[in-house]
Design a protein around this ligand. Sequence first.
Ligand code: FMN
Length: 276
Amino acid sequence: MVDLSVTLSNLKLDNPIIPASGTFGYGLEFKDFYDINILGSFSMKGTTKEERFGNPTPRIAECTSGLINSVGLQNPGIDFVVEKQLPIMKKYFKKPIIANISGFSVDEYKYCAEKIDKQEQVGIIEINISCPNVHNGGMTFGTDVKAAMEVTKAVKAVTTKPVYMKLTPNVTNIVDIAKACEEAGADGISMINTLLGMRIDLKTKKPIIANKMGGFSGPAIFPIALRMVYQVYEAVKIPIIGMGGISTAKDVIEMMLARCNSSTNRKCKFKKSLCM
Ligand SMILES: Cc1cc2nc3c(=O)[nH]c(=O)nc-3n(C[C@H](O)[C@H](O)[C@H](O)COP(=O)(O)O)c2cc1C
């Protein structure tokens, strides 16, 4: 059988297929349809310090080749995830998981990172500094070089596991943010989160989403994600988990090739891993 394994910061995965945070919950809804242990890993739904109901509804709008969501980090809070959710997950997912965490202050990021770091099921900690659906947090940290560095340093100071910073495409230059995270000690980059978008209902003449805007994802954003991964790969030495609109095996290969066309000619040596 072909060896599809990849290594991300010393963590060996059987293959590079990792459902993105928020698109796979805790795997529970999928496990009855197929054996989710065929995945390399998955990134669980973003966790915050406190439980969150999320944004008001409607918070999904369909679009051509994608959707806009404004879920707003609905989750049961870090304590519930650690005490209840992880033990349940352990029964049906036997591989290391990626723990995606979010915060509204540097202290909240630190608090969640420190707690999740102690959990043996967690292979990588993914720090979401890119959520477009919450105010005073999320994307605020991912659109500013200094703030991105501050969160990275703070989280690295309280963790032992690899820390991957999840970047937003809603910036002028994503390379600057990626480089800042690397300089601050990040072990890897996850990219991209959703693009800020909106739809208007022709009948009501009002935005479809209660929060007016949300994050656009799905096949339509693939060329943007690919372009950004290509650019960031040129600029940093740490591994990249690539995502955004990947929906076919060909997309997977194309995303992996984004790193092969590097001008530094580090051709597919698997020194760096790029997963999706
Ligand atoms: C409904 C929904 C919820 C999401 N929740 C999170 C989240 O909690 N944390 C996070 O970092 N990204 C979250 N994302 C962003 C995805 O992880 C991913 O970066 C983005 O959707 C682009 O990939 P895709 O086009 O393959 O969906 C969410 C996306 C969707 C559609």
